[in-house]
Write a new protein. Sequence first.
Length: 278
Amino acid sequence: AKFLGRNNAQFYSPSLTHEAMRRLNMESDLRRALEAQEFFLVYQPQVDLQTGKIHSVEALIRWRHPQQGLISPAEFIPLAEGNGLIVPIGEWVLRMACQDAARWQAMGLPLAMAVNLSPVQFRNGSLTRKVRDILEDTGLGAEFLELEITETTLMDESMTTLQTLHELQELGVKFSLDDFGTGYSSMSYLTRLPLHNLKVDRSFVHGLPHDAGSLAIIRAIISLSESMGFTVTAEGVENLEQVKILMQQCCHTLQGYYFSKPVAAEQIPDLLGQNWDF
Ligand code: C2E
Ligand code: CA
Ligand code: CA
Ligand code: CA
């Protein structure tokens, strides 16, 4: 095979589609993005239906690429998981999010902070130590940190993952199971692991209020959660009809564009005073 430099390859190689090339370039750009400070966090409120107030926010990462502009995490997180960069990136997310939460607390705003964790971060081994250090450095109480994990993490039977889940539980952080209902069919892990909250995937919320199947699934998830002592969050709530039907079903927490899109940290204190229409 001919040796071709990166730019030449883009021009000469007919086997690399434009999309494949874009991904390759993105992966090498990802390697320097953290140092170049191209990532930032936005926060999306989670509203407690009992009080009608925001009681927590979810941290969501954004990448401002110098040439390509904003790139969705749905695109670059899988790449970062593939090459291991999710470990330093995920640690940066945790630290920034805990810092912001601690700052809000110092302002008298006791918001809990939800942070997404990749299964790859659990396999790495040093996650407990990192979380403990970050809580210590930022001064955030462990009870204010909620880690959003997926079924893929819970299905990972490796000792490292299981041990880390239990160590983190002992630290006092909470676990929320994200995208619930979209993953594996076995639910036996629900009884074995230290969960606090289930997040109904937004694909089910999207069907409301008209799709009977979506409603049936949501009711089943809520009833399952009640009997297991979990709270339930519905994500992707976009309109008032969805709010009403989820209230009727006694869902605990709502999140979605109806309340707020993910916003910059500076905007969160203003949102806290807001009264929602429902
Ligand atoms: P997710 O954890 O399921 O996050 C919810 C996604 O739904 C977010 O997309 C959010 O902006 C979007 N969303 C919120 N409300 C609505 C709504 O009402 N309607 C619709 N259609 N969408 C809504 P985003 O921020 O693009 O993130 C996509 C995924 O990327 C996340 O899905 C999560 O899996 C991953 N992700 C984001 N930040 C991180 C991170 O810091 N670490 C890790 N490991 N993954 C992250
Ligand atoms: Ca999430
Ligand atoms: Ca989700
Ligand atoms: Ca998702």
